[in-house]
Design a protein around this ligand. Structure first.
Ligand SMILES: C[S@@+](CC[C@H](N)C(=O)[O-])C[C@H]1O[C@@H](n2cnc3c(N)ncnc32)[C@H](O)[C@@H]1O
Length: 285
């Protein structure tokens, strides 16, 4: 028999040997998932032996993680901003870097914005960006679009689970197709922006488990922006704003596309790691 604590230590060592970062933290999450124990009870019961059922479940989740399935897919949830979001293989696992886009969006649309500000999130995936903004702006209404109906199901579930379904709706459409001109105060997007040839060099959690549709930005990674920037210009109200996430080396071409689309005051914001992460701008009043 093995105690919970020693199972946790053994698993951390196996994850570390497999090259997984944050092995100790991931082992804790997997042991919690297998035992149903969290926080204080995981510590309080740490000396007791795993039951046979718990040991079986732990080996099941451990072997999935050792085969490089993302932790978020195994747990079925991923924290993002102040939310705990449902995720699956049908959506990109929301990334901490994307919180920079949420910060920019909140700066562009302060809490003092009058009326019912309208927000659009193009390629919403799990709904992460839109729901984080709506959570911080209780007077706002948001629409999320995606080309993947499976992703939209998850976004809808996340909206309902966070009490935001009354202030959001989700549309199955390509980019902003079918949405009216000049109808949003703020439009955001984290589009697929990885150059096709680079995808094969990414870590297995990403290349094998994030949806290709969420990653592939075409030959130079910029295909989505070429369509998106003019579309953002079309749907944003005069005086409104847009913000898009970018790859670390895309500030110049994406800024140039924003200028070509007619945006004013094009600016770049870095993420916490110091990489250029968001291009944002205003549409002239
Ligand atoms: C990088 S993921 C971002 C997901 C989510 N917004 C986030 O930040 O976690 C890009 C999303 O764009 C969607 N997408 C790809 N092509 C699209 C298109 N032509 N129209 C609408 N959405 C698209 C994908 O299905 C995916 O959900």
């Amino acid at each position: 028999m093995t105690s919970i604590n020693s199972a946790r230590r053994d698993l951390a060592a196996r994850l570390e040997a497999a090259g997984i970062d944050d092995a100790a933290l991931e082992a804790k999450h997997l042991v919690a998932a297998a035992t149903g124990l969290t926080g204080a009870s995981l510590i309080a019961e740490g000396q007791r032996d795993l039951t046979e059922a718990e040991a079986g479940r732990l080996e099941g989740v451990a072997s999935r993680r050792l085969a490089r399935e993302p932790l978020a897919h195994i747990l079925g949830t991923q924290p993002f901003w102040t939310l705990d979001l449902a995720v699956s293989a049908d959506v990109l696992v929301p990334r901490a870097d994307t919180e920079t886009l949420v910060e920019v969006a909140l700066d562009l649309m302060p809490a003092s914005t009058p009326g019912i500000p309208r927000i659009l999130d193009i390629g919403t995936g799990s709904g992460a960006i839109l729901l984080a903004i709506l959570k911080e702006r209780p007077n706002a209404y948001g629409i999320g679009t995606d080309i993947s109906p499976e992703a939209l199901d998850i976004a809808e579930r996340n909206a309902a689970a966070n009490g935001l379904d009354g202030r959001s709706s989700f549309r199955h459409t390509k980019w902003a197709d079918g949405l009216p001109d000049a109808s949003f105060d703020l439009a955001v997007s984290n589009p697929p922006y990885i150059a096709s040839a680079v995808i094969e060099s990414l870590q297995p959690e990403v290349r094998l488990h994030d949806p290709r549709l969420a990653l592939d930005g075409g030959a130079d990674g910029l295909d989505a922006y070429r369509v998106l920037l003019p579309e953002l210009m079309r749907v944003v109200k005069p005086g409104g704003a847009m913000a898009v996430e970018i790859g670390f080396d895309q500030r110049d071409p994406v800024s140039e596309l924003a200028v070509q689309a007619g945006f004013d005051k094009v600016t770049v914001r870095s993420d916490l790691g110091g990489n250029d992460r968001v291009v944002f701008a205003r549409k002239r009043s």
